[in-house]
Design a protein around this ligand. Structure first.
Ligand code: GRF
Length: 192
């Protein structure tokens, strides 16, 4: 399958997926990497890896894309032959423009055991709620915030001396196992 990666940050999940592809563990190709954040680490890493890496320019909104920009995004993904859209730290809401063009083919990773702690800084939410276990979730994306159908989860313990940073780091280690494993299941045709 051909992957279209969307990210806003440093791109460590993208890296984990790319490394699994390069190691021959996933039968997939990264067709394109797109970011709404100019100069995001994920774009730099993709470009350094020789992949097509492009910026999504959205001057109007911060939490979503303008309809015309999102239509352009869908065209770009389709022209690149993308089969599966992988959100990897993409910090905007995805609208029906994209979801209708890729039915059950847009996935996300979220740093909590959904449906607990949707939204921003989910590891901090778990810490402040006094949870003893949290983790990460890969889910289909729908038009809500972190509400789509759950595909898989991985748990991590919350330790007594955890800070937001130490807990987030532990969750990211789990993310870097879980996300490539799930992308592999799509590549192998095991997920609807
Ligand atoms: C991850 O914690 C992910 O769960 C969340 O955004 C973060 C992205 O990190 N959706 P990275 O850019 O993949 O390093």
């Amino acid at each position: 399958i051909r992957l279209g990666i969307l990210g806003s940050g440093k791109g460590s999940n993208f890296r984990a997926i790319l490394e699994a592809i390069q190691a021959g563990q996933i039968d997939a190709e990264v067709a394109i990497v797109l970011s709404d954040v100019p100069g995001a680490g994920i774009l730099q890493y993709a470009a350094d890896a020789g992949l097509r890496a492009e910026e999504i320019v959205e001057p109007k909104f911060r939490t979503r894309l303008s309809p015309e920009v999102e239509e352009g995004l869908v065209r770009t993904l389709k022209d690149a032959g993308v089969d599966l859209v992988v959100l990897a730290g993409y910090m905007r809401m995805v609208k029906s423009t994209t979801l209708d063009a890729f039915p059950r083919r847009v996935i996300n990773i979220h740093p909590s055991l959904l449906p607990k702690f949707p939204g921003l800084e989910a590891w901090k939410q778990a810490l402040e709620a006094g949870e003893s276990v949290t983790g990460c979730t890969v889910h289909y994306v729908d038009s809500g915030m972190d509400t789509g159908e759950i595909i898989a989860q991985e748990s991590v313990p919350v330790l007594p001396d955890d800070t937001a940073a130490s807990l987030h780091a532990r969750i990211q280690v789990a993310e870097h196992h879980l996300y490539p494993a799930i992308v592999k299941r799509f590549a192998d045709g095991e997920l609807p």
